[in-house]
Structure formats: structure tokens, C-alpha cells
Design a binder for this molecule. Structure first.
Ligand code: NDP
Length: 459
């Protein structure tokens, strides 16, 4: 008789957990997965996937404007929030079902209920009971973080609720300047909601290239989003007509809804890490090494709960590397270097490698190639501009960073990521013939080094 109920017990059926569970089960291991919500995790249920449907829905209003300039006359366009939600929820349910079937087809068992570690080999699942396992993988993800001591915070929503609002508000104040804040600012703006984005920093998207940050802010403002920088909530007051956000700078703003997008935290609450002796980082994430091993020798963790790079494809690769190492006898560590990311703001961003500022800090002398142009689609009207930027190490000519703001930027950056991962140099990049007429061709036709404007010079 086997010593444990399972070879592997996975806590959390999101992107990372499901990938690890499937691969381990396919390799012949006895695997179980516990999930307290719906199978699919943040990405499928309340993140990337429904978010992208919302982006598509909101982009239609911009397409309708462009349509006029192309000779189309369209009657009164109306958006039906409830009809959209029904379509979206149907697709999310279908995808969640696909995840369940994939697990079952691989031979993994699924347990519905909140799982808690009671010791290093035992998991107590609410409504199911205790199960033991030789190896345990923590893949519980993250959840929105809220400043709990902010007066009136109970009136604010997070991204979790934004996917299921009973009705679309007429106006919304969005707090934060990260991925989620700028993405939802674009979504609500496109859907006709009056949007005010309030961010404590000097510009949105800290950590991104500075040209990208200011370009996006300009484009958001052109679309009618009010961006308030260096500004922070002091309180949220509920009045007869809606909500009033009071800011530390003294002014205030009325809106129907307030959405907090001020970061996410690793989801370890109620997980029983202390009972199993699993160590956490200072930020409360499960502490792991490059093989996703925790300090407890039979417990691993992948994905957002480890707070490394909090992106779905990264969690998937970490989960796959864990399964490959532990169940296929092939030690594999996922390489977290040069991971591309996309922000589905409007216009969207594709970003890869180092920002100009980070490259200068790390490499000293760098060459910059920069283009700002009107996308061809807007030739008949509209003042949207795209930005393309390459950051090149001066001495070796290796491309250190590639940044695009404009239509299809996320698609473009995925392909650029292959070249950068291979260590492409600018001459190799330039030897690539352009595809015409595209936005991406600008990336391989930039020959002139960008010289930053001297102080006082006017653009
Ligand atoms: P981010 O970490 O991207 O941004 C958090 C924002 O909140 C920052 O602008 C931060 O400001 C601000 N903030 C933090 N604390 C406070 C506070 N106390 N008061 C006011 N503002 C505050 O978090 P998100 O929640 O937007 O996203 C979480 C992660 O999820 C992302 O980092 C990303 O990894 C992932 N994600 C990826 C997406 C994609 O791939 N397209 C989409 C959505 C999420 P400051 O910069 O000053 O610290």
C-alpha cells in the first residue's frame, strides 16, 4: 500500500497549478488538485481572459468613430452591458469546463473546497476531509490588495467586482497606475464611462520605459480619460448621489463608482503555511528557489503566490518546470530573464527587456532608436500616435530593450521576444526585411540614433 493518498497534491487550479497537475498525472503520478472557486484561476475567471473580452467590447466604440472616416454611416450605436456580460460569462464557463476536462483526461482528481495544510504531507479540504501526499505544490495565486485603513474603502470595488457590475456606472474613479488601472481606464472609457485615473506617482506604469509611460498617458488623455498624477485617496464618502473621493492634495472628485487597482497580494490566507513550516518573504509570498522549492523539502510553489513575475505564461512555465523536474527526472528551472509583457491599455503596450533608464544604469552607454508616428489606420482622421523604441548596448550592439505602444503591440512583442531571447544585435535585426505596410516594420527600419532633446529645446 502506498504511504500517501497521492504522489502530488496541488492547491489551486489556476494556470500554474493545472499545468503542473496535468503534466505530473500524464507522467503516471497519482495527482489531486483542490480549488475553492471555479477551475481556471485568476486568468480565466477574473483576469486576463474576461479582461480581454472587455477590451474588445470597448474598442468597438473607437472602431465606430474610425468607420465614419472610411465612408461608413452607422445609425445610433448602443452598448448593452448585460448582453455582453451574458456572452462573456458563457465563454468563461466553457473555458473553465475545458480546464476541468483537461485535468480529468490527464487522470488528475479534482476536489472542490478550500485546502489548508495541516502538516508537510497533509491537506485538509473543506467539505472533503484530510488527504496526504508525498509532494505538495502551492499554486494559490494572488488577489487584489486593498488599503483597509482608508476611510470609506468598503464603497470601493476591485477588478474582481468589475467583471460583474450589475450596471455600468456613468462615471468611475480608478486608483492606481499599474497594469490593471490603465487597462480598466481604457475599458471603461471605451464603454462610454467618464473615467478619472488617480495615481500617487509622477507617471503611470512604474518600471516601464519612461517614453512608453508618458506616451500612454498622453494617449489616454486624448481619449478623454482624466489622469491625475501625484494624487492619492484620503477617503471615500458615500452621498445620496454617489461617491466622493477626497484626495490628500485637498481636492475631491464625484463619481458613481470607485475602483481600487493598487496592487495584488499573494493569496496565502488560511493556507496553513505555518503548520507545514513553509517560509514566506517579507512581502508575504511563498519563498522559493529557482526550482520553485520552498524551505520544506517536499513542498513547492509556483505562480503569483511566489510573487516573482506575476504573469500567466510565467506561472505555466514554472508549473511545467516543476513537473519536468520532479516527475520526468529532468531538472528544469524556468529562466525569468527577458520575459515580454503586454499591457492591454488603449492603445496597448508591448514591452520587453530593459527600459532606457535601467539599461543606462546597468550598461552605461546605450544607443536609442525611437519613432513616433500616426498609425496608417488613422490616416483619414484621428490623432492617435504610436511609439516604437529600441534600446541598444553601444559597445556590443546587442538589443537590450524593445518597446511598442500602438495597435497590435502585444502581438508584435511576442515575436520580438524570440530574437531578444537569442541575444540579437542591431545589425542582425536590421538585416531583417520589413513587412509592408505594417507598424512592426518601423522596428526594423530605424537607422538614425535618437538624440535626446537638450534642456530648454522645444519639440
Ligand atoms: P501593479 O503592481 O502593476 O500596480 C499597482 C499600482 O498601485 C501602482 O501604480 C502602485 O503605485 C499603486 N499603489 C500601490 N500601493 C498604493 C497605495 N497604498 N496607494 C495608492 N497607490 C498604490 O498592480 P496591478 O494590481 O495593476 O497588477 C498586479 C500584477 O498583475 C501586475 O504587476 C502584473 O504582473 C499582473 N497583471 C498583468 C496583466 C497583463 O499581463 N496584461 C494585466 C493585469 C495584471 P507605485 O507605482 O507608486 O508603486
Amino acid at each position: 500500500m502506498a504511504k500517501y493518498d497521492y504522489d502530488l497534491f496541488v492547491i489551486g487550479a489556476g494556470s500554474g497549478g493545472v499545468r503542473a497537475a496535468r503534466l505530473a498525472a500524464i507522467s503516471g503520478a497519482r495527482v489531486a488538485v483542490a480549488e475553492e472557486h471555479r477551475v481556471g484561476g485568476t486568468c480565466v475567471i477574473r483576469g486576463c481572459v474576461p479582461k480581454k473580452f472587455m477590451v474588445y467590447a470597448s474598442e468597438v466604440s473607437h472602431h465606430l468613430k474610425t468607420a465614419k472616416s472610411y465612408g461608413w454611416s452607422i445609425g445610433e450605436a448602443k452598448f448593452d452591458w448585460e448582453a455582453f456580460l451574458a456572452e462573456k460569462d458563457q465563454e468563461i464557463a466553457r473555458l473553465s469546463g475545458v480546464y476541468v476536462r483537461n485535468l480529468q483526461n490527464a487522470g488528475a482528481e479534482l476536489a472542490h473546497g478550500k485546502a489548508r495544510l495541516t502538516d508537510a504531507h497533509t491537506v485538509e479540504i473543506e467539505g472533503v476531509g484530510a488527504k496526504t501526499a508525498d509532494k505538495i505544490l502551492i499554486a494559490t495565486g494572488g488577489r487584489p490588495w486593498m488599503p483597509k485603513d482608508l476611510p470609506g474603502i468598503e464603497h470601493a470595488i476591485t477588478s474582481n467586482e468589475a467583471f460583474h457590475l450589475p450596471k455600468l456606472p456613468k462615471s468611475i474613479v480608478i486608483a492606481g497606475g499599474g497594469y490593471i488601472a490603465v487597462e480598466f481606464a481604457g475599458i471603461f472609457n471605451g464603454l462610454g464611462v467618464e473615467v478619472t485615473l488617480v495615481h500617487r506617482g509622477p507617471n503611470v506604469l512604474r518600471g516601464f520605459d519612461d517614453d512608453v509611460r508618458s506616451h500612454l498617458t498622453e494617449e489616454m488623455e486624448k481619449r478623454g480619460i482624466k489622469v491625475m498624477l501625484a494624487c492619492q485617496h484620503k477617503s471615500i464618502e458615500k452621498t445620496a448621489s454617489g461617491l466622493v473621493s477626497h484626495f490628500t492634495e485637498g481636492h475631491h472628485c464625484e463619481s458613481e463608482a470607485v475602483m481600487m487597482c493598487v496592487g495584488r497580494e499573494p493569496y496565502v490566507e488560511g493556507l496553513g503555511v505555518e503548520s507545514a513550516g513553509v517560509a514566506l518573504t517579507e512581502r508575504g509570498a511563498v519563498k522559493v528557489d529557482e526550482y520553485s522549492r520552498t524551505n520544506v523539502k517536499n513542498i513547492w510553489a509556483v505562480g503569483d503566490v511566489t510573487d516573482r513575475i506575476n504573469l500567466t505564461p510565467v506561472a505555466i512555465r514554472e508549473g511545467a518546470a516543476f513537473a519536468e523536474t520532479e516527475f520526468s527526472g529532468n531538472p528544469t528551472a524556468f529562466d525569468h530573464e527577458t520575459v515580454a509583457s503586454a499591457v492591454f491599455s488603449q492603445p496597448p503596450i508591448g514591452s520587453l527587456g530593459l527600459s532606457e533608464a535601467d539599461a543606462r544604469r546597468q550598461y552605461g552607454k546605450v544607443d536609442i532608436y525611437l519613432a513616433r508616428l500616426k498609425p496608417m489606420k488613422y490616416a483619414f482622421g484621428g490623432d492617435e500616435r504610436s511609439l516604437l523604441k529600441l534600446v541598444v548596448e553601444a559597445e556590443t550592439e546587442r538589443i537590450l530593450g524593445c518597446h511598442v505602444v500602438g495597435p497590435d503591440a502585444p502581438e508584435i512583442i511576442q515575436m520580438a521576444a524570440i530574437a531578444l531571447k537569442m541575444g540579437v544585435t542591431k545589425p542582425q535585426w536590421d538585416a531583417t526585411c520589413a513587412v509592408h505596410p505594417t507598424l512592426a516594420e518601423e522596428l526594423v527600419t530605424m537607422r538614425e540614433k535618437h538624440v535626446p532633446m537638450a534642456m530648454g529645446q522645444v519639440a
